[in-house]
Design a protein around this ligand. Structure first.
Ligand code: NAI
Length: 282
């Protein structure tokens, strides 16, 4: 496996692409929105400057990784030589199914098609391709460079070879693969996380405690590295909403997204990326 294509240059796709480029893969990064491709570069440079300052990486490593990263404005060029395609577009089942159908037509027959979706199991996407045995979930966590674990989910349709290749890829980018042998919406971490977020939202809506107090309970009483509201701001409240909505649509006993979250979206408050979410950012 040498050539990786990442589809979607948003928060996750841009970091996944650079992370693979750091490990020496040739990476083609595509987004339907050309402007987004450019801004993703600026955001990555800012993030890397911070990591370099903290001594996590050297400028030379970043420069080398950048040489391995090619920005693409055509989907067919982006995937024509891919060994592995990682989809990281918005959390929307219909859009993802449509994209997987295109990827099936455009990527080489041997290429593995993986999704970084937070909730959607790959069988829901594999059925829009002619290669379901080469489809799986490879689910990263944000911030990609700092989070050590990546979930790989093997559906009943996924071949052992595909699952092994996905695990090998994760190992080659210096992450610990967590292989799930069975599909389940939200996999492991997000199933647990959505319960925490649901309860945090309930406590806030009931007026039991403030955003700051609930986050403090999680960070200082439960020793979580970040509170649920600060984490939603980091994820992006639009993405957090889309994730909760997807889970609600896919799971019988899941809760609908909180009206409070909807209200924030209506006011354009998307978290860190807009400077305002549950917290205010400079
Ligand atoms: P984002 O909103 O930052 O980026 C999504 C990108 O997809 C945008 O740049 C958009 O222009 C692009 N896009 C939309 N439709 C497209 C298409 N048809 N072809 C190509 N590009 C297209 O979203 P984010 O946060 O990067 O999430 C992406 C995926 O990763 C979602 O499925 C999400 O559930 C998942 N995820 C998100 C995490 C997070 O913390 N934000 C963590 C782990 C997974």
């Amino acid at each position: 496996m040498n050539q990786i294509s990442v589809i979607g240059a948003g928060l996750m796709g841009s970091q996944i692409a650079l992370c693979a480029a750091f490990a020496g893969f040739k990476v083609h990064l595509y987004d339907v929105d050309e402007q987004r491709l450019q801004t993703s570069q600026q955001q990555l440079a800012k993030q890397m400057a911070n990591y370099i300052k903290r001594g996590l990486f050297s400028q030379e490593q970043f420069d080398q990784a950048n040489d391995n990263l090619i920005l693409e404005t055509s989907l067919s060029t982006a995937v024509e030589h891919a060994d592995l395609v990682i989809e990281a577009i918005v959390e929307d089942l219909a859009l993802k199914r449509n994209l997987f159908q295109q990827l099936d037509e455009l990527a080489p027959p041997h290429a593995i098609l993986a999704t970084n979706s937070s909730m959607i199991v790959s069988s829901m996407l594999a059925s829009s391709t002619t290669r379901p045995d080469q489809v799986c979930n490879i689910h990263f966590f944000n911030p990609v460079f700092l989070m050590a674990v990546v979930e790989v989910v093997k559906g009943a349709h996924t071949s052992n070879e595909t699952a092994q290749a996905a695990v090998d890829f994760v190992t080659r980018i210096h992450k610990t693969p967590l292989l799930l042998q069975k599909e389940i919406t939200g996999f492991i971490a997000n199933r647990i996380l959505t319960k925490v977020m649901e309860e945090a939202m309930f406590l806030l809506e009931e007026g039991v405690a403030t955003v700051e107090e609930i986050d403090l309970a999680c960070t200082k009483a439960l020793n979580h590295p970040i509170g649920p509201f600060a984490l939603m701001d980091l994820t992006g409240l639009d993405t957090a909403y889309a994730i909760q909505k997807t889970q609600f649509e896919l799971e019988e006993d899941a809760k609908a997204p909180s009206p409070l979250l909807k209200e924030k979206l209506a006011h354009g408050q998307l978290g860190r990326k807009t400077g305002q979410g549950f917290y205010t950012y400079q």
